[in-house]
Design a protein around this ligand. Structure first.
Ligand SMILES: Cc1ncc(C[n+]2csc(CCO)c2C)c(N)n1
Length: 219
């Protein structure tokens, strides 16, 4: 069995919880209150600027040039998505871009720093496993929402960002890199990779949960 098959099997119950979350169900139905989506957009913009840098950092630590090019590209894309948030979606969804409103809140903060510390202190295989749920879970959730989309969903344009062919290709490549690295690694590293994959998947859940419940630092 490929490393990635086992990784997904490990998080399958968690993925079912993600699909059932009110944030995802209401996003799909188009009934998600705008305030919750605005909080999510603000946090996601902050997440993306750091995530892009983590991907570039993984690129710089890659011994294979093909892998380096690919991760630089992933990193660049994350920042392009961040730019699109500001230039298009922030305006469309009337997201306030004032400094005090865009402070990084606890879950986003933890996710960013989990990825940064994993990339800095753990073997590169583990860092690749840690960034993989970001690609893979969005692909699965995106496909799920698009398949069940309601007409006139106010969030449709944003939903479509994660359902294109180019995005699907990128996800396949990211999974293939993780599998190749796992194959050339030790059982101990493979276990650490599964653990990092699971932790990041939990953080994907928490990220949507935090947006739904507007979880902020205590004043
Ligand atoms: C919390 C959070 N997790 C994952 C994504 C999805 N995502 C962001 S950038 C990128 C690919 C970069 O090339 C993907 C798949 C998100 N937006 N926010």
């Amino acid at each position: 069995m490929r490393w990635s098959n086992q990784a997904w099997t490990n998080i399958a119950p968690l993925y079912d919880h993600i699909i059932a979350m009110p944030f995802i169900q209401e996003l799909k139905a188009g009934t998600l209150p705008l305030k919750k989506f605005q909080f999510y957009m603000q946090q996601d913009a902050r997440y993306l600027e750091h995530f892009g840098r983590v991907l570039a950092y993984i690129g710089s630590k890659s011994t294979e040039n093909d892998q380096a090019i690919q991760f630089f590209d992933f990193g660049k894309n994350a920042l392009i998505v961040e730019k699109a948030l500001h230039e298009t979606y922030f305006k469309q969804f009337k997201v306030v871009d004032a400094h005090e409103d865009s402070a990084i809140q606890p879950i986003c903060h933890h996710y960013i720093h989990f990825l940064k510390s994993t990339a800095a202190f753990e073997p590169i295989e583990v860092a690749v496993a840690a960034v993989l749920p970001c690609f893979w879970i969005y692909k699965e959730v995106g496909d799920y929402i698009v398949a069940k989309a309601q007409p006139n969903n106010p969030y449709q344009a944003w939903i479509d960002t994660y359902s294109g062919e180019d995005f699907a290709e990128g996800v396949k490549k990211a999974i293939a890199f993780a599998d190749k690295m796992a194959e050339n690694s030790t059982e101990d590293i493979r276990i650490q990779m599964w653990q990092a994959f699971e932790k990041a998947s939990q953080l994907e859940y928490q990220f949507w949960d935090a947006a739904y419940h507007t979880i902020r630092w205590k004043e």
